[in-house]
Design a protein around this ligand. Structure first.
Ligand code: GDG
Length: 463
């Protein structure tokens, strides 16, 4: 078995905020042996390429510090202000600045330069996500002939939206340096294929082989999952039980609806609040019988659009509560704070409805965690956006258009009244999927496919 080199913006061996994903990548690294390389999260006054090696829970990590300018232009700039909004279809929020594109290229060159000595001839190299699109090409330019795979954790936008990015073509071309590219869903894969065939003259066969000129590489849809076993164990933990009780008691017999999201405009929080408000107005009889608990830890607070969404949401929650609250009831409990994963498991289990309504999401792991945390005898109902990648795998959820307050309101009414047998039937089907296609399945499927990319079958182009 080949060693594995995982390269991602941040390295989170040993768990951390990424939860299941970090667990899966760490497990893959333990199995294959190898190194997890990325940015340390720290700033240095002058980039030296010095690597800090550590051993964390049986995984070797290698991290490098970046200069302030790199962090501003590559991370805050191109990754968070340009690519993230564009790839979530928000060209109204995307900022196109040459300095960001230059910083992004420079940071990727620096990553490639620094990672180079870590890579041995037979290693599999697995690059993660939109921070690192050009990394494969930078490694090739430095003579790396290994199998290199790339996985995109966010959607691939429609061709005509992507075309608004000045570097769209160069960025997409840089991806041809990989041997394998993974997306969460067929939809994102087809969207990529659409751009490549229209703009680069590529063709894709039924097995996902993409040919562009002399270059041949493989595309796969490989949906990420959660560590379902870990999550079930978390849900059974003392801390989860304690949180479950606390949350249940605080709801005083009302039906609890839960949302858990990073505070991000892609997650559809404003539309969700408006849908819930619609439900309160359309179903006066249900008023005071329900409470929405929205947990939304702030993220990317240095970016203006994140500050705006935060203040918009505060205003909206305040207005809805002001209009509908009574002496002993507030309709929305809006919490701007993160909780530990075992506490989250308890919150999910205490909630009869999981409300997951992103406007666009590569996958969405909260939907899967909500399912995994339920009581099999008395499970809650998942309401899920059609525009989350997870919807492809989770048709037994109540699927809604997150832009429609009416659909959210109708789904809430249906979820709250759903008979127990129907809840169990839907949950069982969802849970089977969550258990079978878990995060270990995902990482194995990707690394197996990459391992199978034997040269010269994959990638016969001159480099
Ligand atoms: C990107 C893609 C794709 C949230 N609040 C707390 C907390 N969380 C955890 C959740 C979940 C994770 O954060 C969020 O994962 P998502 O998948 O929902 O969304 P993104 O962060 O946008 O992730 C996404 C994912 O990558 C993987 O490929 O699914 O589409 O956008 O695990 O539980 N965790 C803790 N406290 C919180 O308050 N501990």
């Amino acid at each position: 078995m080949s060693r594995l080199i995982v390269i991602s913006n941040r390295v989170s061996a040993g768990g951390g905020a990424q939860g299941g994903l970090a667990v899966a990548l760490s497990a893959a690294l333990r199995e294959h042996g190898g190194i997890w390389f990325g940015w340390s999260g720290n700033e240095t006054s002058e980039f030296t390429g010095h690597i800090n090696m550590e051993r964390i829970d049986g995984v070797t990590t290698a991290t490098v510090d970046l200069e302030e300018q790199d962090i501003e232009e590559y991370y805050d700039g191109y990754a968070n202000r340009t690519l993230w909004p564009l790839f979530h279809y928000r060209i109204d929020l995307a900022e196109y600045e040459r300095s960001f594109a230059d910083g992004y290229r420079r940071a990727n060159e620096r990553f490639a330069e620094t990672a180079l000595p870590l890579i041995e001839p037979d290693d599999l190299v697995w690059v993660q996500d939109y921070h690192m699109f050009p990394l494969g090409r930078e490694l090739r330019a430095r003579g790396v002939e290994n199998r290199i795979g790339f996985f995109l954790h966010i959607p691939w936008p429609p061709r005509r939206l992507l075309a608004t990015l000045p570097e769209a073509r160069a960025l997409t071309e840089s991806l041809l340096a990989y041997d394998l590219i993974g997306f969460h869903t067929d939809e994102w894969l087809q969207s990529f294929g659409d751009y490549v065939s229209h703009e680069l003259g590529g063709t894709i066969d039924d097995d996902g082989w993409l040919t562009v000129g002399e270059r041949r590489l493989r595309l796969i849809a490989c949906p990420v999952g959660i560590d379902a076993k870990e999550f079930a164990a978390l849900a059974a933990s003392e801390k989860a039980r304690e949180t479950f009780e606390r949350v249940r008691v605080s709801a005083v017999g009302r039906t609890l609806i839960v949302g858990v999201d990073r505070l991000d405009y892609s997650k559809g929080l404003e539309e969700r609040f408006l849908g819930y408000e619609r439900f309160l107005t359309e179903h006066p009889e249900e008023r005071k019988e329900v409470t929405l608990l929205q947990i939304a830890p702030p993220s990317r607070g240095t970016v203006d659009s994140y500050q705006r969404i935060r203040s918009n949401l505060e205003g909206l929650a305040g207005r809805i509560n002001g209009a509908h609250a009574g002496l002993d009831w507030v309709p929305i409990r809006y919490v701007n704070q993160g909780y530990t994963r075992d506490m989250l498991a308890g919150v999910y289990r205490a909630s009869k409805v999981g409300l997951v309504t992103p406007l666009r999401d590569g996958m969405n792991l909260v939907a899967k965690e909500y399912v995994a945390a339920q009581d099999p005898e008395d499970p809650g109902v998942l309401i899920l956006s059609r525009f989350a990648g997870a919807a492809e795998q989770m048709p037994e959820a109540l699927l809604v258009n997150p832009h429609s307050a009416e659909e959210i309101s109708d789904a809430l009414g249906r979820a709250i009244r759903m008979p127990r047998e129907e809840r169990i039937r839907r949950w069982r089907a969802l849970m089977n999927g969550v258990e079978e296609q878990d995060v270990m399945w995902w990482s194995k499927r990707f690394t197996d496919a990459l391992q199978d990319c034997q040269q010269p079958t994959c990638g016969t182009m001159e480099r």
